[in-house]
Ligand binder design. Sequence first.
Ligand code: FES
Length: 104
Amino acid sequence: MERLPVASLKEFPVGAMKRVDADGDDVLLVHLADGVYAIDDICTHGRVSLADGWLEGEGIVCCPKHGGKFDVRTGKAVAFPAISPLRRYQVVQDGDVVYLELTD
Ligand code: FES
């Protein structure tokens, strides 16, 4: 398992979203009040970056193209036309540094 540093909390406040590269995969980090979550950045309905979308309520990311919605904590699609879930990534915080734990 690889632990990859992807963000500093000093530059990534609560309510922010950030697209990062995780060994070639585009991953969306979302900083919520209860922690940082990571899911695939590319919408499962089309080849669109969710980092260009917006957060709604507490933990729902909206796709900028057709308005599909995903639960950031689970990756589950919660609004049509998004149906398929997004992959989730394991996040670890150590001090101000956010890491992704990548499996082989
Ligand atoms: S591309 Fe995201 S909902 Fe269609």
